[in-house]
Design a protein around this ligand. Structure first.
Ligand SMILES: Cc1cc2nc3c(=O)[nH]c(=O)nc-3n(C[C@H](O)[C@H](O)[C@H](O)COP(=O)(O)O)c2cc1C
Length: 412
């Protein structure tokens, strides 16, 4: 006997009406007029989330270059395929809608690489999974859809040759291509640079850094970001001037990147923060990568000020669901340009551990490492990567020339 659950009953009774109400609000919010009227602030944020919700549904027709629902579903399948001791049958509750999404994407205008990945993972799934009528129906829909167009393998991709985009075993343990010493040196070298040479940074170098940033993690592999590069100094400076924080160095900025997040990647408001999380991760990869190709950068805050948001929307052309996550000034660093010291917080403020070090608990008297937990790693020195490379291990890439060449393979 199931007990009466008033909350569940209320949700069941009101849920569909709430969904319909949100859809109606979303349709109104997704109009360019609404985006102009409510560009930012709390209401602007809510408007963009609601617009994203209905744009997500529209995105499912496969007409855009990326199909966000398909990306998430394919990632669920490949996680299932990668699982040790996986069940014979999995993915039953979403495989039919995934096949339908693939068919829409394959008949629509979705990017060849996205289709190739989706195709390869689905083919591997149907080969591996057990029998079920839903799986049979999904496979029939999948096989009836056009195959993905052939295309070159993306730069830095991890599969050998032009091989299928399938789960692959993590490379055998060994020295990582970049050791903690080299990474610490890169982190020390990257500082916010505000003084640039007037010549625009070469696009080949920017692209090499963006290619590396493309490897950044992204929640459910949705990849909701676009890096919009403005490398005509006049336009870059106009955009920089919209942000309050670039006073004093706007005039010398040769190039600026607007990192844009698309709310249409998500069907639910609960995921509204992910463009900022994904954005921060990708921005950091980008800024490190810029250093490796000889360019410098400065992140620039894009505060949520409705008047400025309206100007930005007009200046760079944002869709109703698109939000600027941040701006990044990019350029060739001016030789001898000064860098603020920007002291970092101490290690004790930066992190805490929950009790004594469990790895030290098996020591001679079981007390090694016990205490405040604050003395285990020196605050000033580069900490060894936990477990993978002892501090004394040779750093295979510790010399200045050892950094991977731009555009070179990410994996040995
Ligand atoms: C999200 C974000 C926004 C920032 N906005 C600005 C800005 O508007 N103006 C500026 O001069 N620096 C800005 N910075 C740079 C910070 O001042 C700088 O990262 C900080 O002082 C640490 O210095 P470092 O980057 O050299 O390590 C920003 C940094 C971040 C991460």
């Amino acid at each position: 006997m199931t007990l009466f659950n008033p909350r569940r009953a209320l949700r069941r009774a009101l849920g569909p009406a709430i969904e319909r109400g949100l859809d109606a609000l979303g349709r109104a919010a997704a109009t360019p007029r609404a985006a102009r009227a409510l560009p930012g602030g709390y209401l602007g944020e809510i408007r963009a989330v609601l617009a994203g919700r209905v744009m997500h549904q529209a995105n499912r027709d496969g007409k855009e270059a990326t199909h966000y629902h398909l990306r998430r579903a394919i990632h669920r399948l490949e996680k299932g395929l990668s699982m040790p001791g996986r069940r014979a049958v999995f993915g039953l509750d979403y495989i039919e809608e995934t096949a339908a999404a693939y068919a829409a994407a394959a008949r629509g205008g979705v990017d060849a690489e996205e289709l190739r990945w989706a195709h390869d993972v689905m083919a591997a799934y149907f080969d591996a999974v057990g029998e079920d009528p839903a799986i049979a129906r999904a496979e029939a829909a999948f096989r009836a859809a056009p195959p993905p167009p052939a295309g070159p393998a993306p730069a830095l991709h991890p599969w050998p040759g032009d091989g299928p985009r399938l789960p692959f075993p993590r490379p055998a343990p060994g020295a990582p291509p970049v050791g903690p010493g080299a990474l610490a040196a890169l982190a020390r070298r990257r500082r916010s640079v505000r003084w640039f040479r007037p010549d625009p940074p070469p696009r080949a170098q920017i692209d090499a850094a963006l290619d590396i940033a493309r490897l950044s993690p992204s929640a459910c592999n949705r990849q909701p970001l676009q890096f919009r590069v403005f490398d005509s100094p006049a336009r870059a400076q106009r955009i920089a001037a919209l942000a309050g924080g670039a006073g004093g160095f706007t005039e010398g900025m040769p190039c600026i990147v607007a990192l844009v997040g698309r709310m249409r990647a998500y069907p639910h408001a609960r995921d509204r923060r992910l463009i900022y999380v994904d954005g921060g991760l990708a921005a950091m990869s980008f800024m490190y990568a810029l250093e490796t190709v000889g360019l410098a950068s400065c992140p620039i805050n894009w505060p949520d000020v409705p008047k400025q948001e309206r100007r930005m929307r007009a200046e760079i052309g944002l869709a109703p669901d698109e939000r600027v996550v941040m701006l990044i000034a990019v350029g060739l660093p001016l030789e001898g340009g000064m860098i603020p010291s920007s002291a970092k917080v101490s290690m004790d403020l930066w992190r805490s551990y929950d009790g004594p070090d469990p790895a030290a608990a098996g020591g001679a008297d079981g007390a090694a490492g016990a205490g405040t937990g604050s003395g285990s790693a020196p605050a000033s020195g580069p900490a060894p990567a936990s477990g993978s490379a002892p501090a004394s291990a040779p750093d295979p890439a510790s010399g200045p020339d050892a950094a991977p060449a731009p555009g070179g393979p990410a994996r040995a």
